[in-house]
Design a binder for this molecule. Structure first.
Ligand SMILES: [Zn+2]
Length: 88
């Protein structure tokens, strides 16, 4: 994925990535990875795909989830935590 428009290459936290095949967009607050099995989308969507939970469960889990393992995944996810806080 081309850089620019807020996209930056990122080492995907979801599949032993060594070559930054993931991308994050700090403007759109979304994550994308070129590997087919990896979650894509905004923070809640990524939680849903990775944890295989419903949207409601993802939203309800997001606070404790983000505070634990999620926050370790990337600086983007720290931004996502703030974004989710703002979204209520
Ligand atoms: Zn990946």
């Amino acid at each position: 994925m081309a850089e620019g428009y807020g996209w930056k290459p990122y080492r995907c936290p979801f599949h032993g990535d060594r070559d930054a095949s993931g991308s994050v967009n700090s403007q759109k607050q979304v994550f994308n990875c070129h590997a087919a099995d990896c979650p894509k989308g905004n923070a809640v969507q990524v939680i849903m795909q990775w944890e295989q939970v419903t949207f409601r469960e993802a939203v309800e889990e997001q606070r404790q989830y983000l505070e634990r393992a999620w926050a370790e995944y990337s600086p983007y996810l720290a931004d996502a935590a703030e974004w989710l806080e703002d979204a209520g």
